[in-house]
Design a protein around this ligand. Structure first.
Ligand SMILES: Nc1ncnc2c1ncn2[C@@H]1O[C@H](COP(=O)(O)OP(=O)(O)OP(=O)(O)O)[C@@H](O)[C@H]1O
Ligand SMILES: [Mg+2]
Length: 245
């Protein structure tokens, strides 16, 4: 569904060239859940932002099989939920639809359905500051799904959350993914999260980052506690940890 060829990025900082991302090739299949893991500063966010059209590449090409405008193609979830503080949860989720000119009632219906999907039924009228970090991140996920993007890009969406909330949101994300069949590219620092969620894990080398190794992950779905107890799961995590060093 998406073909990344030779994409690289250099920044000019005080006249000096900083390489943020070495030439990178990656294919992602439709409906696939791909995680990218790598040390801080290796270019994960840069790659995601280029795919989203939030940043221009210094070179290389990105082709998507289904041409739509960039705004329709990609939903982005950032590490910190970026919600408009003066809008309610429902208004935040429907915001992209309102700005796209979707009819009022339809926007309302879509936003309510998505809030239910992320487990926030009953919080439609809550303001972001009255929600927990995990709840705010769920609103962000619902908003990213609001215009039904082909591709969901998630940049360490659960990195700031405690482990219990993160585990719960991982399971919720898998449920949402199996229901919506989105293609997902998920950036994380957590080997466990990458191994648990993904069809494939991409490991990047330290900066300037390039792809170091790729693992196919074929634990049966739906995944759960049994997956985390599987010796093969621990073997995969050990491999990921080794490659990260
Ligand atoms: N706007 C910018 N101007 C200059 N350098 C930048 C800019 N954005 C990123 N970089 C540099 O590019 C490199 C890659 O940054 P990037 O944010 O993609 O890393 P990352 O893998 O997402 O790291 P982290 O895991 O810490 O989020 C870093 O060395 C960073 O300093
Ligand atoms: Mg980053």
């Amino acid at each position: 569904m998406i073909q990344i060829r030779g994409v690289h990025k250099e920044f000019a900082v005080d006249g000096a060239k900083v390489t943020a991302l070495s030439p990178t090739d990656l294919d992602v299949r439709r409906g696939e859940f791909v995680s990218i893991i790598g040390p801080s500063g290796c270019g994960k966010s840069t790659l995601l932002r280029i795919v989203a059209g939030l940043e221009t590449a210094s070179g290389g090409t990105i082709a998507m099989t289904e041409a739509r405008s960039p705004a329709q193609r990609v939903g982005f979830v950032f590490q910190e939920p970026v919600l408009l503080p003066w809008l309610t949860a429902l208004e935040n989720v429907r915001f992209p639809l309102d700005t796209a000119g979707v009819a009022r009632q339809e926007a309302e219906d879509v936003a309510s359905r998505l809030l239910r999907l992320v487990g926030l039924a009953g919080f439609e009228n809550a303001l972001p500051r009255t929600l927990s970090g995990g709840m705010r991140q769920r609103v962000s996920i619902a908003r990213a799904l609001s215009y039904d993007p082909l591709l969901l890009l998630m940049d360490e969406p659960f990195g700031a959350l405690d482990l219990i909330t993160r585990d719960r949101l991982n399971d919720e994300l898998l449920a949402i993914w199996s229901e919506t069949r989105k293609t997902v590219i998920f950036v994380t620092h957590s080997v466990e999260e990458a191994a648990y969620l993904s069809d494939r894990v991409i490991v990047m080398s330290p900066r300037p980052g390039a792809i170091r190794s790729i693992y196919e992950v074929d634990f049966p779905r739906p995944r759960g506690e049994a997956t985390k107890l599987d010796p093969a799961f621990h073997h995969l995590m050990a491999n990921l940890r080794r490659d990260l060093q």
